[in-house]
Structures are given as C-alpha cells and as structure tokens.
Write a protein that binds this ligand. Structure first.
Ligand SMILES: CC(C)(COP(=O)(O)OP(=O)(O)OC[C@H]1O[C@@H](n2cnc3c(N)ncnc32)[C@H](O)[C@@H]1OP(=O)(O)O)[C@@H](O)C(=O)NCCC(=O)NCCS
Length: 143
C-alpha cells in the first residue's frame, strides 16, 4: 500500500459518503461533512479512499469528532496508522486530544487504548438516536 493522509477537498465527498453507507452507526450527511470540511483529513491508497478523520483544533486542545475506516479494510492496523499520521500534522501548541466514544464500540475503544488514550469520564445516555443508544466514554491523549 502507498498510504497518504491528505486534507479533504470536494472531490473526496462522494467516497466519504460511500464509506459510511453500510454503517450501522449514525452517519454524517453531505451537509454535516461540508460544514466541517476544513477539519477533515482523508486516508488514501493511490485512488482508493480508505477512511477519514474529523479533528477540530483549538490550541492547546484538539478534538476527534469522527473517524471511520472503510469496512472491508478494518482490523488491519489502518485506524492506528491514520491517527499516528494525524498526530504528525499537529502544531506544537496542541498538547491534548479529546474524543467521545460509545461505550459499546469495542473496536474503537481498543484502538484508542492501544494508542495511549485514557478514559477521563463517562456521559450517561449521551448517544440516544434510532441507530445508537449508549453511554459515551470521554478519552484524552496527552501529546
Ligand atoms: C473504529 C475503527 C476506526 C478502527 O479502525 P481499524 O482500522 O479497524 O483499527 P486497527 O486495525 O488499527 O485496530 C486497532 C485496534 O483495535 C482492535 N480492533 C479492530 N477491529 C476490531 C474488532 N472488530 N474487534 C475487536 N478489536 C478490534 C485491533 O485488534 C487493534 O487492537 P490492538 O492494537 O490491541 O491489537 C473502525 O472499526 C471503524 O471505522 N468503525 C466504524 C466507525 C467507528 O466506530 N468509528 C469510531 C468513532 S469514535
């Protein structure tokens, strides 16, 4: 694979929407994606879009708002690669990364723990939509 992390541009929109199509978890609409497009980075292997991350940076903090790897590429280390690549792009002024993850999302919890994120809180019933009902675990990584 020739992995590359790049900033979102409009030509990535369709592949990002496609990646989310088979998700059982709630996915982001075109409108939601375009609203945060400055905060989106896309992981590619040549022309294939493998995943994307939405990360908002407000120094000294950054917050991961979304992260997804294409379903048939999961559990091959790509989530870890994506986060490690994004860590390499952060300005020195960013010292903490926060995120919220559903308490029943075992793959995501394992990924974040493996990267050194620690649990700093739990929000009861944070996710309460049709597709997902779960507490949220708040995690933090000091970088
Ligand atoms: C969460 C997600 C991004 C992980 O990406 P990934 O590329 O599959 O993760 P990796 O292959 O880098 O694996 C990272 C760790 O998670 C574990 N893992 C990955 N998939 C797993 C699964 N289905 N079940 C159990 N553990 C799993 C790996 O074993 C690895 O742990 P280890 O380092 O202790 O061995 C991916 O599953 C996904 O896109 N899920 C749907 C969207 C989502 O839930 N996003 C998170 C929002 S907070």
């Amino acid at each position: 694979m020739a992995l590359l992390l790049k900033k979102f541009n409009y030509s990535d929109l369709k592949s990002i929407l496609d990646i989310q199509k088979n998700e059982t978890r709630p996915y982001w609409s075109e409108r939601q994606i375009l609203d945060v497009c400055d905060d989106i980075y896309v992981l590619k292997d040549k022309t294939i879009t493998l995943g994307f991350i939405v990360i908002k940076k407000i120094s000294p903090d950054a917050e991961i708002h979304n992260l997804i790897i294409k379903d048939n590429y999961r559990n091959q280390g790509l989530g870890k690669v994506l986060i490690r690549l994004i860590l390499g792009t952060l300005e020195e002024s960013i010292t903490r990364i926060y995120l919220e993850v559903a308490a029943n999302n075992e793959p995501a919890l394992r990924l974040y723990r493996a990267l050194g994120f620690t649990e700093i809180g739990r929000r009861q019933g944070y996710y309460s939509g049709d597709k997902l009902q779960s507490d949220a675990i708040t995690m933090r990584l000091d970088v």
